[in-house]
Write a protein that binds this ligand. Structure first.
Ligand code: AMP
Ligand code: FES
Ligand code: ZN
Ligand code: ZN
Length: 306
């Protein structure tokens, strides 16, 4: 196996590109995919301030590293979810990366700052933890960005993540979600722009990138995500990819380039009629936003059980 570019021995082959790369050209390939994602979708304008949501996992550390490499000056944001040792190791990886490179890392801790954590939220809501987790992340990534004047929030969602979410949305024809599933969600009043610069790279690629760049990432997956329906979709998609390499990329890129536009009206309707949450001031369609309702619910339950 030889590098497609320089014909030196390759370290990794990517079947969907029908190509193999040596270490240096693989790193360049990753940077090129991110550069292209940013350019094709106008993700980051000149002089704009970017904050990267960093979980300490392979995707978000690779993203932070790649954005620095491409010349942006992104700060990081780590959210402590309170999921035992998993969260401790995640925070450690994010902090170590920031310290080594002298980068700024904002930290928000659900328990310290908001009086609940994900295990308690899951118990109080009797729902899968990922619901409360996703809601807390969406709210706080945006709240921190708005508070500190960032123009853009970047997350490490990769091609596999996007393919799994897309399959879930298509299977149920969730037209509102399909309208909002895109590598870029434009800024609207009260919301910073959200971007996914890794959507062109698979998780095998982001993991290999971290290993080849010597980035120490949290290898464990979240222990509370077991049984998460997206994991099932990922298995199905891996099966498809195995039989026909390139299937995931065709599915996601085709949607982004040719189908997403048909759903944007469905998403737009939900964004109209927004007002301010009476508790925290965030944009919401109801009087009290979902994040504040969650806090209230978990807080009330915790008091009752004491
Ligand atoms: P996940 O929802 O775990 O698939 O993560 C998707 C993206 O959200 C990651 O690539 C990160 O950019 C971000 N993210 C996930 N967990 C955290 C966290 N605890 N703190 C900050 N960002 C996170
Ligand atoms: Fe959110 Fe596991 S990371 S429930
Ligand atoms: Zn090479
Ligand atoms: Zn609120």
């Amino acid at each position: 196996m030889k590098c497609r570019v320089c014909r030196e021995p390759a370290v990794l082959d990517i079947r969907r590109h029908n190509a193999a790369f040596c270490r240096d050209h693989f790193v360049k390939h990753c940077a090129e995919q991110v550069r292209r994602a940013i350019k094709d979708h106008d993700m980051i304008g000149a002089g704009e301030r970017v904050v990267v949501a960093v979980s300490g996992g392979k995707d978000s550390l690779a993203l932070w590293d790649l954005l620095v490499d491409l010349g942006y000056r992104p700060d990081g944001l780590y959210l402590g979810l309170g999921i035992g040792e998993y969260s401790e190791a995640s925070g450690h990886a994010a902090r170590a990366f920031a310290q080594d490179r002298g980068l700024k890392l904002h930290e928000v801790d659900l328990a310290t700052d908001f009086g609940y954590d994900i295990p308690r939220a899951a118990a109080a809501t009797h729902r899968a933890p990922c619901g409360a987790c996703g809601l807390s992340k969406r709210h706080l990534f945006n709240a921190v960005a708005v508070e500190h004047g960032y123009d853009v929030v970047a997350t490490g969602h990769n091609l596999d993540d996007e393919a799994a979410v897309l399959l879930g949305n298509v299977l149920r024809w969730e037209t509102g979600y399909l309208g909002r599933q895109h590598p870029v969600l434009p800024a609207t009043p009260g919301f910073a722009r959200k971007v996914k610069p890794l959507y062109r790279l698979g998780e095998r690629e982001t993991a290999a990138y971290c290993v080849l760049r010597g980035l120490d990432y949290q290898v464990e997956e979240c222990p509370m995500a077991e049984g998460n329906r997206h994991l099932g979709f990922k298995e199905v998609l891996d099966g498809l990819e195995d039989r026909s390499p390139g299937a995931k990329a065709a599915f996601v890129f085709g949607f982004v380039d040719r189908a997403h536009e048909y759903f944007t009206d469905d998403a737009g309707e939900e964004r109209e009629g927004l007002r301010q949450c009476v508790v925290c001031g965030s944009p919401t369609t109801s009087g009290v936003c979902a994040f504040c309702r969650l806090r209230e619910r978990v807080g009330t339950r915790a008091e009752h059980s004491q």
